[in-house]
Ligand binder design. Structure first.
Ligand code: 5GP
Length: 193
């Protein structure tokens, strides 16, 4: 069984509304060893894709994204949920993203300076549920005229529609582990290995 599945089974808690809490190693306290493994995993999966930039959304995407970017030796860029006073409307791309866990919609922004039409962008996030975060990030990349080479997800909840939506857009999705069900508070993975 993979390192991440083992850790989810050991320390993950299933909350109502199909949410898994992984605060002890990914979303609050962060285990650098797990992040290192995740970075290597994404690097091997996308190493032929000519990645020039890794993109995520604050806050919990930042840890896996920065380690992944370090393996590719490219910059990591994160979409900001707060509006920096230093960046006017002409200098930024923006999109609205609905948060699965908080049930609020936030306007997120990136500076035009850091995303160029010739960038080949790997999107990284901690979870994939309904795909709102990843689709919002794809929208930002498209506004810049850049190319999304793939989406790398640490924990995919495969019983939700996120993967289908991304695949319908023709975007390659690689998830380190895929959860088939959280019924009765039990974590069932899609693949048994
Ligand atoms: P989506 O946008 O795909 O609906 O949801 C993904 C985003 O919501 C991720 O950025 C993640 O922060 C959050 N999220 C979705 N499901 C879960 C979950 O089960 N646990 C945690 N901790 N975050 C989740």
């Amino acid at each position: 069984m993979s390192y991440l599945k083992e850790r989810i089974l050991k320390d993950g808690k299933v909350l109502p509304n199909n949410v898994i809490k992984v605060d002890s190693f990914m979303n609050h306290q962060i285990d650098p060893q797990i992040m290192q493994e995740i970075g290597i995993d994404f690097y091997y999966r996308f190493r032929q894709a000519g990645v020039t930039k890794v993109l995520t959304i604050e806050a919990s995407g930042i840890a896996p994204a920065i380690i992944t970017a370090a393996h590719f030796k490219v910059p990591m860029l994160f979409a900001k949920k707060t509006q920096p006073s230093t960046l006017n409307n002409q200098e930024r791309y923006e999109t609205d993203i609905h948060s699965y866990t908080k049930d609020v919609t936030s306007r997120v922004i990136i500076s035009k300076q850091y995303l160029r039409a010739d960038d080949r962008v790997l999107i990284i996030d901690d979870f994939l549920a309904n795909g709102e975060a990843a689709l919002g990030l794809i929208d930002l990349v498209e506004q810049a005229g850049a190319t999304v080479v793939g989406v790398g997800i640490c924990i995919e909840k495969s019983f939700q529609v996120g993967r289908q939506k991304l695949e319908a857009k023709g975007v390659p999705v690689h998830s380190i582990c895929r959860i088939a069900s959280l019924e009765n508070q039990q974590i069932e993975f899609l693949e048994s290995n």
